[in-house]
Structures are given as structure tokens and as C-alpha cells.
Design a binder for this molecule. Structure first.
Ligand code: HEC
Length: 212
């Protein structure tokens, strides 16, 4: 069974690869069209924690203040304090393990690159992807500055966005007991990982299985 699954998925993968790499003329069903590299580029906008994917650009908090006031403050407040019920973006330091945690880009978000990715992708609300790369770096720098993570003249760029150490960066390191996963110690099991499974309970025992 397992072997078959492997063979079938290998076949599917092979046909998938050949679908993508062939011309429309020799594809069996000729459905859709091959995405152009420009179309792919439009979707390929993720910025990873280490900064991979960050578009070329830069900006300081000093410049970001004005952009933020124009584009973001109507909802998030001049200083990220949040107008009415719109999300707060600044503050909350040291509140995460309290009764009333305040999760903001400063107190909660683990990577500066995630702030860039999110803002470029989704904000301003209703006009997403209208910011330039430089404007986005400026705004991220402004948020980092207001959260006391960088100085107002620090030039944030594609070169250093992956190096910013965020206060809650380690707050996401949860132990994952699966043996084949790289765990906190960074030692994924690479061979003979079939740890015996011990069944500790059955749905039938607690009578949640429907009769028919
Ligand atoms: C019209 C109101 C509005 C404007 C203008 C606006 N936002 Fe937002 N923002 C929102 C809303 C609503 C959410 C929550 C969206 C959700 O959770 O899906 C949000 C969420 C966010 C978040 C995530 C907050 C969190 O902790 O989850 C960030 C960061 C953010 N906005 C940044 C910006 C920036 C930067 C700008 C300016 C470029 C901007 N926003 C402009 C309404 C707005």
C-alpha cells in the first residue's frame, strides 16, 4: 500500500513537472495557460525571517513617520495606539504572560520581515499593495522605532531586515515531539525514525463513534 502511494505520487510529480515544463501545444488537455515569470513575480512576494525575498529598498523611521501619518494613522493612530477598535501596533512590552496580553508588532511578532511582508501584502486596509518598497521599509522602521527596537535614523533595508532581533522571537519556539522534525535542539531524526506508536485511547471507548 505504502509503496503504491509512493509510486503513484512519484508518477504524479513527474507528470506535474512535465506539465509545467512543456508548451501549451503538447499538453494533453491544454487547460489554462502557463504563468509568465511576471505573473509568478506578482504572487511571489513573501519575505522570510532571514530576509530572503526582501525586495531591494530602504527607509528610516524618520521618513516613515510622515507616510504612516498619511496612510495608516486614520485607523491605527499617529503613534500606533489604535483609533477606536482598530488594532494597536505599538506597546504591550512584557504583557504577553499577563491576564491582559497586548499583542502588537513590537511585543508579539517574532520577525521584522513578517511586519514588512504583512504590511506590503495587506495594508493600507482596502488599498493593499499600493505602497512602494521604500515606503514599506520606512513604515516598518517607524513601527520598530516606536517599539524601541531601532533608532530613528537606522536605515532599514533588504540587507538587514533579516538581522533585526525582535523581543518575542524566542516566544515561538515550541517543542515538537515528532522525531523527524527539527526540534528546539535542531536535531531532526534522519533515519530509522519509526518510533513505535502507542495507542492510549479509542474514540469507541468514550462512546463518540456513531452507531451506524
Ligand atoms: C481603514 C483602516 C486601516 C488603515 C488605513 C490601515 N489599517 Fe492596518 N489594519 C486594519 C484592520 C481592520 C486590521 C486587522 C485586519 C485583520 O486582522 O484581518 C489591520 C491590521 C494591521 C496590522 C496587523 C495588526 C496585528 O497585530 O494583527 C498591521 C501591522 C497593520 N494593520 C499596519 C498598517 C499600516 C502600516 C498601515 C498604513 C500603510 C495600515 N495598517 C493602514 C485597518 C487599517
Amino acid at each position: 500500500m505504502y509503496v503504491w502511494v509512493k509510486i503513484v505520487s512519484a508518477l504524479m510529480l513527474t507528470s506535474l513537472i512535465s506539465t509545467f515544463s512543456s508548451d501549451a501545444s503538447d499538453r494533453a488537455f491544454n487547460l489554462g495557460s502557463i504563468a509568465t515569470s511576471q505573473q509568478v513575480k506578482g504572487w511571489d512576494i513573501d519575505v522570510r525571517p532571514d530576509g530572503v525575498g526582501a525586495p531591494i529598498g530602504s527607509g528610516t523611521a524618520f521618513d516613515g513617520e510622515e507616510v504612516f501619518a498619511e496612510q495608516c494613522a486614520s485607523c491605527h493612530g499617529d503613534f500606533g495606539e489604535g483609533v477606536d477598535r482598530w488594532p494597536e501596533l505599538v506597546g504591550g512590552d512584557g504583557t504577553l504572560n499577563t491576564h491582559d496580553p497586548l499583542k502588537t508588532t513590537g511585543s508579539y511578532w517574532p520577525y521584522a520581515s513578517t511586519i514588512f511582508d504583512y504590511i506590503y501584502r495587506a495594508m493600507p486596509f482596502g488599498a493593499s499593495q499600493s505602497l512602494s518598497y521604500d515606503e514599506t521599509y520606512q513604515i516598518v522602521a517607524y513601527l520598530l522605532y516606536m517599539n524601541d527596537i531601532i533608532d530613528d535614523d537606522f536605515v532599514l533595508s533588504d540587507q538587514n531586515i533579516g538581522l533585526i532581533k525582535m523581543p518575542n522571537q524566542d516566544g515561538f519556539l515550541l517543542p515538537d515531539p515528532r522525531p523527524d522534525v527539527s526540534n528546539i535542539n535542531g536535531n531532526p531524526c534522519m533515519e530509522n525514525c519509526n518510533v513505535p506508536v502507542k495507542i492510549i485511547g479509542k474514540a469507541k471507548d468514550i462512546d463518540v463513534t456513531p452507531e451506524d
